[in-house]
Design a binder for this molecule. Structure first.
Ligand code: ZN
Length: 246
């Protein structure tokens, strides 16, 4: 049976002489494993559209639950990512995160939109790597049901949290004087406002906030720590990205 899907290629692995095994994200079918036969041969018509970090229209042939790519057309190649090592590394980290959280055989429209919007912003240099990374991480956690508690101090309940700090183990924001956890990360009023914005913003506008460099650095540390805490694993692509830009 043939079917056509729009897919973001999250990962490609060389298989045999010239085949690729792909991990792809689709809005309707979630995460898929696909075989792209001959994709690495010189005359392949599907080579470009089956590269990692490409958004493509794929014609799939399905037999016994296995999918083979028969046709592939690039819809968005994110060319800007391939001109900048840090952007490419960060895009790869986004891919690894999406692969971690996307379900198989279930629709994932929000993850798809987050992935495409984030990669597009990086590729078109609409925002700095630091900004897109922090917003992606917080937004991903929100979509997956792990939104950080940001509305009021989790201890005293006041919405105007005094000298806010983030308790990583609890995923909550508290006043400096209310803190109980041993491990906290500092925030500022502006960084907290940006966190609140990212959690609640419409999907297309999740990057429409402004932050000074120091506030963004604090927000970035909270976003990354929270994602790693929730994921309970390391991401090799994140380690690579951070080694590029210490
Ligand atoms: Zn408090």
């Amino acid at each position: 049976m043939f079917r056509t899907v729009n897919a973001l290629i999250l990962r490609e692995v060389r298989f045999k002489e010239s085949d690729r095994i792909l991990t792809a994200l689709t809005a309707d079918m979630g995460k898929l494993t696909l075989a792209a036969h001959g994709a690495l041969s010189k005359r392949s018509r599907i080579a470009a559209a089956t590269q990692q970090l490409t958004y493509s229209e794929l014609t799939l042939f399905e037999k016994n639950g296995r999918y083979t790519v028969r046709e592939a057309l690039t819809k968005e190649g994110f060319a800007g990512l391939r001109q900048d090592l840090a952007s490419l590394a960060l895009g790869s980290y986004f891919s690894e995160c999406l692969e971690q959280y996307a379900g198989e055989e279930q629709s994932e429209p929000e993850l798809m939109q987050l992935g495409l919007n984030s990669l597009y912003a990086l590729s078109e240099k609409m925002a700095s790597c630091e900004k897109v990374k922090a917003a992606f991480e917080l937004r991903l956690m929100t979509i997956e049901g792990y939104a950080p508690a940001e509305e009021s101090c989790a201890v005293c309940g006041r919405p105007d949290i005094q000298e806010p700090v983030f308790e990583v183990e609890e995923g909550q924001t508290v006043c400096r004087n209310c803190r109980k956890a041993a491990r906290v990360l500092p925030l500022t009023e502006n960084a907290l406002a940006a966190m609140r914005y990212i959690v609640h913003a419409p999907a297309k506008k999740f990057l429409s906030f402004q932050l000074q460099e120091e506030d963004l650095r604090l927000l970035g540390a909270v976003a990354e720590s929270w994602l790693l805490h929730c994921s309970d694993r390391q991401f090799q692509t994140l380690i690579y990205y951070k080694n590029l830009s210490p």
